[in-house]
Design a protein around this ligand. Structure first.
Ligand code: FAD
Length: 455
């Protein structure tokens, strides 16, 4: 797939190697894969983790630390999915769900505009329209409050764990605790965000409104016509590809077997148990199986016999070399919904949300919208040729909560997926919670809001 202009420094999916999922699915549909006799063969592990993104690796690491013997099966390279080129912000500030009151009106204005922050590709897809319908029905206060509480619990636990984890293991992932700064050009957007702060404050998110003068002092990279900002001091940032590499390093050191180029093709199920996992490298068996395949998860769950309400929410990023005068804070250029993250090793513009199924093309209009958006806010828009132009599929649930815990009707199948726009931010608490549940320990958090049984 021609999604990487240049590879940076941690494996992304090499050009031409990405297996379009329908191809995988058609193999998995082969009924011969359900033969129990075939499932009796193959190497065995205590836990098989399907998917080597930030979520699969965080879970694998925690499980290994809890004494389980873990094998990760990854279709391409570790961290080659959505975990690769995302913005790397760690954001308890994003505790509100996407489905908030007022979102539908905004979404309709944007939906068919090719360079808007949200785009829905017009096509006949009953699954997508069903998902959007359920999403729309949740855009009210009754649903927003409990969803915010559940997201906040996971985000805040993860944020706290991350700082200690980075220090304890001297992680080399450019972790910074400089907060996150929203920049505004339109007073109506700022006022709407200030109004929404009530709910965020209820769940313990601290935010400071900054006027235009303070913005110029604190963030001189922004243009003079920025009318104000909103600063979230407890947010943080890191370089996501390096974070994934570090998780993989620690997992390996803890005894986890990491197997790349090992697509899972299907499952052998006997009554309430998965008794074998069919992979491109042969059959594997595990006492427990954990599905952590991000946006691909619903394609795999269908093989096992249940639906996961996850849509791929496509986002883009462009990465440049480190810039001469980078912003001091990670930024959200609010009206354009562009995120700006500057590390010592690079500078990234990212975001946009596109519902176009598993479309694997790089959309030039949407990539250009990131650069154009940056030009409206930054004194010095990024210069130099991009090092990488990228897209990723976020695993989006319609209630914007991840799906964590035991799979419905299957005793030894577990789920850690559906992290939407916040998988990096939620990674460590997800790993801990899954290990707690799978090992029968007291759970870090009440797992009920994340259970697959809620659908
Ligand atoms: C533009 C953009 C910006 C973002 N910014 C942020 C941010 O600032 N902060 C934040 O917290 N989050 C952000 N996100 C969201 C974040 O990237 C995701 O939530 C997170 O990466 C999900 O991790 P995952 O491990 O579930 O999925 P993935 O990283 O996609 O991993 C799933 C893995 O499963 C593998 N897989 C799939 N099918 C199979 C199979 N059949 N067999 C074996 N392996 C398989 C895939 O190859 C992949 O490696 C952003 C996303 C995008 C697109």
């Amino acid at each position: 797939m021609a999604r990487a202009v240049t590879r940076i420094d941690f494996p992304t999916s090499p050009a031409g190697r990405v297996l379009p999922f329908p191809e995988v699915a058609s193999v998995a549909m082969n009924p011969t894969h359900a033969l129990p006799i075939a499932c009796a063969a193959g190497p065995s592990a205590d836990v098989l983790v399907v998917g080597g993104g930030v979520i699969g690796l965080a879970c694998a690491l925690e499980l290994a630390r809890a004494g389980r013997q873990v094998r990760v099966l990854e279709m391409h390279g570790l961290g080659s999915g959505s975990s690769h080129g995302n913005c790397g912000t760690i954001t308890p500030s994003h505790s509100e769900p996407l489905a908030m009151p007022g979102v539908i009106a905004k979404g309709l204005r944007w939906a068919l505009q090719a360079d808007a922050p949200l785009y829905i590709h017009p096509r006949f897809d009953l699954t997508l329209w069903g998902w959007l319908w359920r999403f729309a029905r949740r855009c009210n206060d009754r649903h927003a409050r409990p969803a915010t509480q559940a997201k906040a619990a996971l985000l805040q636990a993860s944020r706290t764990m991350l700082e200690a984890f980075v220090a304890e293991h001297a992680l080399d992932c450019e972790f910074e605790t400089r907060g996150l700064l929203y920049a505004y050009t339109d007073p109506r957007q700022r006022d709407a965000d200030l109004h929404d702060l009530r709910l965020l404050r209820e769940v313990g998110v601290h935010a400071e409104p900054w006027d235009a003068g303070r913005m110029q002092v604190e963030e001189p990279s922004l243009r003079d016509d920025i009318i104000g900002g909103l600063y979230f001091p407890n947010d943080a940032s890191l370089r996501p590809d390096r974070y994934v590499a570090e998780l993989a390093r620690l997992a390996r050191a803890a005894g986890v077997e990491l197997i790349e180029d090992c697509a899972v093709l299907g499952f052998c199920r006997e009554r309430e148990r998965v008794v074998g996992v069919d992979t491109a490298r042969g059959l594997q068996r595990g006492r427990d199986v954990l599905l952590a395949a991000g946006a691909w998860s619903p394609l795999l769950s269908r093989q096992i016999g249940f639906e996961l309400p996850i849509q791929p929410g496509k986002g883009y990023s462009i990465t440049f070399d480190a810039q001469r005068k980078p912003p001091r804070h990670p930024l959200v250029l609010r009206e354009r919904s562009v995120c700006v993250t500057a590390w010592g090793s690079g500078f990234r513009l990212g975001s946009t949300m596109e519902f176009s199924g598993y479309d694997a093309s790089l959309n030039r209009v949407r990539l250009d919208a990131l650069v154009r958006g940056a030009g409206q806010y930054l004194r010095e828009p990024p210069s130099g040729a991009p090092r990488e132009e990228w897209y990723g599929w976020r695993p989006m649930t319609y209630d914007d909560l991840p799906i964590l815990g035991r799979a419905p009707g299957c005793d030894n199948l577990w789920l850690a997926t559906g992290h939407g726009m916040l998988g990096v931010s939620m990674s460590l608490a997800t790993g801990r919670l899954l290990a707690d549940l799978m090992c029968g320990r007291e759970a870090l958090l009440d797992p009920a809001p994340y259970s697959a049984l809620r659908f």
